[in-house]
Design a protein. Sequence first.
Length: 132
Amino acid sequence: RLVTGVPDVCSSDLLLPGLINTITTNKDSNIINSITIIINNILNEQSDLSKLLIKPYIETIINNCIKIIENYNNKEIKINSLKCLKLMTIFEIPLIIPYKRIVINIGNSMLSDKSRDVRMNAVSVIQSWESL
């Protein structure tokens, strides 16, 4: 098993590009949420392998999470996308610092969300990114 909690086929470098492409092009909220959960599981490992798998897709993942947060009203999707943005801080600062301002801005925009869980995750994102 390459990444704990994720089937081998999902963590392979062959399937990940397809998942990333699907989250970019698909509008189905269930599919988007499922892929975001898979990415979160990979990032949660915080291992060298998980970083290696995700590193080529940092920009795409961050931009997709931002678009998802802006365009979907589903609480679960917003929370999982915010968690993904927070987890992206495991990467080296030079790789993610270009996105700091926009991620903090999207976190700030979620502070007025009606869901307490969304607001709590937004605060967590802001704190993680501000500390970079």
